[in-house]
Design a protein. Structure first.
Length: 123
């Protein structure tokens, strides 16, 4: 299923700080730590803890968040369905990157091993 321009605009304009606490509570309810969440976010975006906090405090939008990110070269290995959309079929870069993060957070919450979450290419 393809995303609509309205959906993509809604995702791009979300404030990252508004849903970040939901990520934290989701993974903590499943026995994972905020440190592990930050490890996943840093792998995907390149943001260390202080940069992540700076972006949260600045209340940046999802578009601004991902415009500043250095997306990991293996992020294209993140595949599957999230929120009813097949990630690899999402054409809008900001929406695809946001869904990458959603998928990684879901995998963390489901107890997947960190080395599997942080994709490595197959030899």
């Amino acid at each position: 299923m393809a995303t609509t321009p309205e959906h993509d605009e809604r995702v791009a304009n979300l404030v990252f700080a508004s849903f970040y606490p939901h990520y934290v509570s989701k993974i903590e309810k499943k026995g994972r730590t905020k440190e592990e969440l930050h490890q996943v976010i840093e792998w995907l975006t390149g943001f260390n803890d202080s940069k992540l906090q700076q972006l949260i405090d600045a209340k940046v939008t999802v578009k601004e968040f991902f415009d500043e990110a250095n997306i990991h070269p293996n992020a294209n290995l993140i595949k599957g369905v999230i929120c009813g959309y097949r990630i690899e079929d999402i054409e809008t870069p900001t929406t695809r990157k946001a869904r990458y993060m959603d998928k990684l957070v879901d995998e963390l919450a489901k107890g997947r091993k960190m080395e599997k979450i942080l994709r490595q290419p197959k030899d």
